[in-house]
Ligand binder design. Structure first.
Ligand code: F6R
Ligand code: MG
Ligand code: MG
Length: 366
């Protein structure tokens, strides 16, 4: 049996150019230099460094498995070094924001950075797609991943390809309780939807084909729960394998044609549409948004990342972008009113306790 390959995507916001807008080219450059050295030493097989908005993304391949301390330490040290040598000297905005832990303790999970990892046997030809979003939260993938792996109106293969017909198992994390449950689809579809329709709490973490083949992995961290206070939304990442007994690339991309409403946007406290964009537009502007997602496609060959293909760099997604802009106009007109502004439990910035305190003696019983 061939030695398994692991794809690790680890990201952090360690400061950015012009507020929370975009990663600085020098940050990308230094991260590439560090990962190139790790590749030359044989720690990783290959890497691709990119960004979505203010989040620096380290995509790496290796043979060390998931949650490997050496790989996580490499990512942690890369973020630390780029913070010290680029973000801080250039006084980039919110330098080192997501590096919550003081010293590395074996795994970056729970220390701030977001992680999506998948270990599998490389198939004869293995298309791997990675998605990264800015100004939203891990639950933003719930709708997308459900459509890809459970909705026959999205994924034709669920109905007409015998190798997908059995469906998929979804691992769902309750981010408040720190507990995970496995739910099989299609047989338990309504149970799955009952949970993941609350994306702020129940988050899809992994998806497997019924025969155990790993199909998708997503980041699940919520910085606000780790830190106990607002330190920025956990802009999420996700890895999806495609084709030959899995959803086709086009079936994976199809749900992005509909810019569904996600939580995040300005101050992590507003609902807005998730806009699919090419890398060149992976930077948030209007009202610090609208929330954006990039999709990159690779072919693996013995762990080497051939690519990327910039998947949303296509007029086929122009309409999704136009709808997203219409939705952005529509929602923005609500100003500080819900449902544009998030409910009190989900807001990352709030003055409500202070306002209530100030007014407490003026509230009269009626
Ligand atoms: C949202 C985000 C931004 C900031 C906003 C205020 O995830 O990063 O919308 O929340 O720009 O940032 P501060 O408080 O740093 O001025
Ligand atoms: Mg930021
Ligand atoms: Mg961000």
């Amino acid at each position: 049996m061939a030695e398994k390959i692991t794809v690790s995507l680890i990201k952090a916001d360690i400061g950015s150019l012009a507020g929370h807008h975009v990663v600085h080219p020098k940050q990308l450059e230094m991260a590439r230099e560090i990962l190139e050295k790790a590749k030359n030493k044989g720690l990783i097989i290959d890497y691709y460094v990119f960004n979505c908005g203010d989040d620096l993304q380290l995509l790496m391949t290796h043979r060390k498995g998931e949650s490997n301390p050496e790989i996580h330490e490499l990512a942690w040290n890369t973020f630390k070094e780029v913070t010290e040598k680029v973000s801080k000297p250039l006084k980039l905005y919110a330098a080192g924001q997501d590096l919550l832990g003081e010293a590395f303790s074996g795994n970056v999970r729970g220390m701030g950075p977001g992680v999506a990892e998948m270990e599998f046997e490389e198939r004869a030809s293995d298309p791997v797609l990675v998605f990264a979003a800015d100004k939203t939260e891990p639950g933003a993938w719930n709708y997308i991943l459900f459509k890809i792996f459970a909705d026959p109106f999205n994924t034709a293969g669920l109905v007409i390809d015998p190798s997908l017909h059995q469906g998929f198992d979804f691992h769902v994390l309750d981010v408040q309780e720190g507990k995970e449950v496995k739910i099989g689809c299609p047989e338990e579809m309504y149970d799955l939807l009952a949970l993941i329709g609350t994306p702020g709490r129940y988050v899809i973490s992994k998806i497997y084909r019924k025969d155990g083949l790993p199909a998708a992995a997503a980041s699940t961290s919520r910085l606000s729960l780790i830190a106990g206070r607002y330190v920025g939304k956990d802009d999420p990442i996700c890895i999806v394998r495609a084709q030959h007994g899995l959803p086709a690339v086009g079936e994976v991309l199809e749900p992005f044609a509909y810019p569904h409403i996600v939580a995040g946007w300005m101050r992590g406290s507003h609902h807005g549409p998730l806009m699919p964009v090419p890398l060149k537009y992976a930077k948030c502007t209007r009202f610090d948004g609208p929330p954006r997602v990039v999709g990159l496609g690779f072919q693996l060959h013995d762990g080497v990342l051939e690519g990327p293909a910039d998947l949303f760099d296509d007029p086929a997604f122009d309409k999704a972008r136009a709808i997203a802009n219409d939705l952005a106009d529509y929602l923005r007109r609500h100003g500080p009113f819900m449902p544009h502004r998030l409910g009190p439990d989900e807001m990352e910035y709030t003055t409500l306790p202070a306002v209530l305190e100030k007014l407490k003696d003026r509230f009269k019983h009626v």
